[in-house]
Design a protein around this ligand. Sequence first.
Ligand SMILES: *Cc1c(COP(=O)(O)O)cnc(C)c1O
Length: 395
Amino acid sequence: MSFQNPTFIPGPTNMPEALRKACDMPTIDHRSPLFGKILHPCLDGVRQVLGSRDASIFFFPSTGTGGWETALTNTLSKGDKVLAARNGMFSHRWIDMCQRHGLDVQIVETPWGEGIPTDEYARILQTDTNHQIKAVLATHNETATGVRSDIAAVRAAMDAANHPALLFVDGVSSIASMDFRFDDWGVDVAVTGSQKGFMLPAGLAIVGFSVRAVAATETADLARTFFDIRDMQRSYEASAFPYTPPVGLMNGLKLSLEILLEEGIDNVIARHARIATGVRLAVKAWGLELCAASPELYSDTVSAIRTPEGFNATDIVTHAAEVYAVAFGVGLGDVAGKVFRIGHLGSLSEVMMLSGLATAEMCMVDLGLNVKLGSGVAAAQEYYRSHPAPRLARS
Ligand SMILES: *Cc1c(COP(=O)(O)O)cnc(C)c1O
């Protein structure tokens, strides 16, 4: 096993050394003022990254999945109707969670590779005149298919229907990597985790609640204890947690936010877009196609690449791991064996990405695909050299 190479899976992402070190800290008393010096910068930093002025931010020792549960159980009651599109493995799992909590999910079945069908959302919301739908779910970036949905258009569909439902957005593989606008899009709950855009180990669910979503906790009757935001909120006022916080991870988050904000969120977003464009040009040069059906859907954090009929895409991932000690992502669910995924988010530079593209080429050639060594790398190189990163102003 080699740890020399970066990984190219869409989370957990590569960890900068500084963040690894920040997570590795001596024990502190989490009931002392020291903890507040970690907690409060994290709350402020995440609020900025989400693009919000007054969202309430919460951290749970959990993962993105726990963030989904936080969104649902704090705001909804048994039997409540929610609207959700199923267009990949992650939206599927969130729907499954809703059903297990006794929610009534109106599922819009959507081909894998398509985004949220906002016209269909609009039609459903228009006809829901007595407002049975209490929440609209939106997976911003479907990590299984590399599809980015248009959250502004989801909000527009809700507004056009004058619909009061809450808007919950899964931003696990988009927040801190792609444009995300909590306030502008009227998001009520945003969900993410520590191990993707924030470049940390897994272990934190990171959620933002709007004022309306916080208020919904007063009437929501789904069972919750560990994920009750009211306990968190009360504890935060005393710079504490209702239980033992994962202090090392939060210390890592504090530094992650400093690094992201120093680079500048707009620059972080532009870097992801630039790296992703190089990957897509490489895919084109290989003569392959993305799972995402059209350019406006292309994700800037993960590309799911279709392999030719009769070829098992998972072989590329297995081969890369065994022969070159490099990790790519396998296809999940409906697209298992049909796609392999290149994750390109988090702590990543153009130069690192070129090594991933070169490795993917070696694997495909080794396995007999009709791909020319260097073709994708050259396409990405041409793009990267003609679109250099703006020099970081370091003080
Ligand atoms: C990774 C991911 C999740 C799941 O997060 P966990 O941290 O693994 O629980 C949910 N949604 C999306 C879109 C993801 O990419």
